[in-house]
Design a protein around this ligand. Structure first.
Ligand code: ZN
Length: 265
């Protein structure tokens, strides 16, 4: 996906050609690789797993397209968060489209720093002659991520502890965890709520002084708009899958800080 592509390009530099299966604006939930993408796997040295839903359905065919291709788990060393435990969901359904574990790890630059270490190790083991190049790329990228983390903290500075923001699809849980915020999702366990669930979410939004419901371009905004109308608020789009990884997260932090301050005012 675009953020993982950006991360790999930072770590590989001119030694690695990266292409993303899921391109900007496409949803990793309903995505199906094209025949051309599957064919291109035959010429691919490594596939970095992201753990998003389309991959769970396609991983068998991805492996079969090139059994010699190395599969690198892009989330190695990261403890995945559980949707239900953090987001106030209660029904831990087993037939939920993302599994009960939240795959959106890249929304935390702190976790991307950890992901970078695992991806760096894979690059070095595949191309050991250029270890020094990858070492330089890793340390430069870690510094960039530290600056990004510091900028986000500055943007969010002064918000009350555990401030809440509402989202349609729960993409921002790791971001929320990293910065002491709470994500209130409309979708629970990957599904739109029914009428009762929706009424409960609207009540929660009112209790928490929510003014903004965040949506992302990969999902229909209809239900988010319905919630926004009910609380006399508005819908704002932010994209967890944007290609300009760092600057996008800076923008998202500003939008979230504005939304929380609006609720306080
Ligand atoms: Zn998602």
């Amino acid at each position: 996906m675009p953020p993982q592509k950006a991360i790999l390009e930072q770590l590989g530099g001119d030694r690695v050609a990266v292409s993303a299966m899921v391109r900007p604006g496409q949803s990793p939930h309903a995505y199906e690789p094209t025949p051309r993408q599957i064919a291109a796997l035959a010429r691919t040295d490594a596939y970095v797993l992201t753990g998003v839903p389309f991959e769970q359905a396609w991983i068998g065919r991805i492996r079969a397209a090139n059994p010699a291709m190395r599969i690198v788990d892009g989330r190695a060393g990261i403890e995945l968060r559980d949707y239900g435990a953090h987001d106030g969901g209660h029904d831990h359904g087993s037939n939920h489209d993302e599994g009960a574990l939240d795959p959106h790890v890249w929304t935390s630059p702190v976790l991307v720093k950890r992901m970078a270490v695992g991806i760096h190790a894979a690059l070095v083991s595949m191309d050991p002659a250029n270890e020094a190049h990858y070492d330089r790329r890793l340390s430069a990228y870690r510094k960039q991520l530290d600056v990004l983390d510091r900028d986000i903290r500055e943007t969010l500075d002064g918000l009350p502890p555990a401030s809440a923001f509402m989202v349609f699809h729960p993409s921002w849980g790791y971001f929320a965890d990293a910065y002491g915020l709470r994500q209130l999702p409309i979708e629970r366990e990957g599904k739109e709520p029914g009428a009762r669930g929706l009424a409960a979410i609207i009540d929660q939004a009112k209790r928490e002084n929510v003014r903004v419901v965040f949506v992302q371009p990969q999902f229909n905004a209809r239900m988010a708009e319905q919630v926004a109308r009910a609380i006399d608020g508005r819908v704002v789009a932010v994209d967890p899958l944007a290609e300009d990884y760092g600057d996008n997260l800076r923008r998202v932090a500003s939008r979230i800080a504005e939304a929380i301050r609006e609720g306080e005012g």
